[in-house]
Design a protein around this ligand. Structure first.
Ligand code: FES
Length: 106
């Protein structure tokens, strides 16, 4: 299900914005010209990735400093836990939409 979550003009490049969609804590991350949606809790020990940093298409965990590819959630080499969940994003005009749920497109 697609949900309108934010106005694109409300956040600058490099910003990390927490949102709640369908009961899940997500982050919107604006990196370069793209917006990504990922889960908020680190899959390692649950650190709040809203406190992390993003650069070069990756999101850095503030706790043990693993990083995740924003495009597919892949964790940096040397870590053995699962990838970060990612969610489809659409930008229509100034509106950012995120798809969450069983029938969400991949
Ligand atoms: S809690 Fe994120 S890398 Fe350990």
């Amino acid at each position: 299900m697609w949900t309108r979550v934010a106005a694109l003009s409300a956040f600058a490049a490099g910003s990390i914005v927490p949102v709640r969609v369908a009961g899940r804590g997500l982050l919107l991350v604006r990196d370069g010209g793209r917006v990504y949606a990922v889960e908020r809790a680190c899959p390692h020990e649950g650190a709040d990735l809203a406190q992390g940093r993003c650069a070069g298409g990756r999101l850095l965990c503030p706790h043990h400093r693993a990083s995740f590819a924003l495009a597919d959630g892949a964790v940096s080499p040397g870590w053995s836990f699962r990838r970060l969940r990612t969610y489809p994003v659409r930008v229509v005009g100034d509106a950012v939409w995120v798809a969450v749920g069983q029938n969400a497109p991949r």
